[in-house]
Design a protein around this ligand. Structure first.
Ligand SMILES: [Zn+2]
Length: 191
């Protein structure tokens, strides 16, 4: 894999993992699917393998991503959902024709159509977003506490008190920053 492209942040929730392909939206934003073949790579990692992707399909994917981000952010803040974002999510969901397939091992596999694979994959992602925004799944939408991130994530912790979109990135960075700040201000090791 060429080192020129940023790594993916992988989560367990498809829709918010997808919105995480643009990170640090309130800082130095990192675009993790800058070219069509990186969207192909991301989809493959997430069980939605497609043969190819055109620049126009990448644009549709990014439009969906930002719509999910906007709608999930509004839901986390208990604001009204932005109508344009809802429209895009619904369009992508309606145009997808993926079928859920039960494997002999008892796991779910998405079978994408032959003709319009990317559209089908985006349909799966849109439907996933609808599920979490509609409150159908066990968890709560929240916003990352990192001021440069503010990513919407799906908190499935029992106490629903998760602060960061990702412990390995935002969580760690905030912890380190707080630790260094407390070291400077206070010689006592404060937690
Ligand atoms: Zn974050």
């Amino acid at each position: 894999m060429p080192a020129a492209f940023p790594d993916f942040r992988l989560g367990t929730v498809l829709a918010t993992s997808f919105t995480g392909t643009l990170s640090e939206r309130h800082g130095d934003a990192v675009e993790r699917i800058p070219v069509p073949h990186r969207l192909v790579d991301w989809l493959a990692v997430n069980g939605l393998a497609v043969d190819s992707c055109t620049p126009a399909q990448l644009d549709l994917a990014r439009e969906l991503r930002e719509s999910i981000h906007a709608a999930a952010t509004a839901a986390a803040l208990q604001d009204a959902l932005p109508a344009s974002a809802v429209h895009v999510i619904n369009e992508r969901s309606a145009q997808g024709r993926a079928a859920a397939i039960l494997t002999p091992e008892g796991t779910r596999h998405w079978q994408l159509g032959a003709a319009s694979c990317v559209a089908d994959a985006l349909g799966v992602i849109a439907a996933d977003a609808i599920g979490i925004i509609a409150g159908e799944r066990d968890g709560k939408l929240a916003l990352c506490a990192s001021p440069t991130c503010r990513a919407a994530f799906f908190d499935t912790s029992r106490s629903r008190t998760r602060k960061w979109c990702d412990m390995n990135t935002c969580g760690n960075r905030q912890k380190k920053a707080r630790f260094h700040a407390s070291q400077r201000k206070n010689p006592d090791p404060a937690e």
